[in-house]
Write a protein that binds this ligand. Structure first.
Ligand SMILES: [Cu+2]
Length: 199
């Protein structure tokens, strides 16, 4: 009997160990990647954006922590677009908490940034994109290189208007119209620059 318990314990420990090991670098079954795409490189730019929809099927806590695109570059970051002093800027984030359902990475919003690229990407090329998650698992998709036009959301301009209105609600009435005009101007400039950088 004692021997049996010992054996059972060892088997249990071995199973646990196997489970831990296989969680590392395992394909995450709760995650589905859709519409994987990379924007063509704009002449002169060394960076471009990668976009996709990450669908999470369960309520588990999971974050996107990094991404890889070895055939494009070794320098990949996760970016968000933020309003700073009335202008739109993109900045790196360490992780992106995934909600249940669709998590959309698109132009003008959260995106994967491919940086320090050695050669330009042309429409029609395909590159492997690997996403790495907080539990050590990963998921891969094949991203097609698409044109700037194809990847720009149709309602993008409208969304910016919405964002601006939201910001205005937090601004005192005094600062009013002047700031709104300045913001419009700066945002146009920043968005233009960001687009040139590949966003
Ligand atoms: Cu970016």
């Amino acid at each position: 009997m004692k021997k049996f318990i010992q054996k059972a314990t060892i088997t249990g420990a071995a199973l646990l160990l196997t489970a831990c090991v296989s969680a590392e670098n395992q394909q995450n079954d709760g995650i589905t990647l859709k519409n994987c795409a990379i924007q063509e490189t704009i002449p002169g730019a060394k960076a471009t954006g990668a976009f996709l929809t990450i669908n999470k099927s369960d309520d588990s806590q999971l974050s996107l922590v990094s991404a890889k695109a070895p055939s494009v570059t070794s320098h990949v970051e996760i970016h968000e677009m933020v309003m700073k002093n009335g202008t739109m800027k993109m900045q790196q984030i360490k992780s992106y908490p995934l909600k249940k359902g669709h998590n959309v990475f698109k132009k003008g919003g959260f995106h994967i940034m491919l940086m320090d690229m050695q050669k330009p990407l042309k429409v029609g090329e395909k590159h492997e994109l690997t996403l790495l998650f907080s539990d050590g698992s990963s998921k891969q998709c094949t991203a097609s290189v698409k044109s700037v036009k194809e990847l720009t959301p149709k309602g993008m301009k409208m969304n910016h208007g919405k964002m601006m209105n939201h910001k205005m609600q937090h601004t005192s009435m005094k600062e009013g119209k002047m700031m709104q005009d300045k913001m419009k101007h700066d945002m146009k400039k920043e968005m233009k620059k960001a687009m040139q950088d590949g966003m």
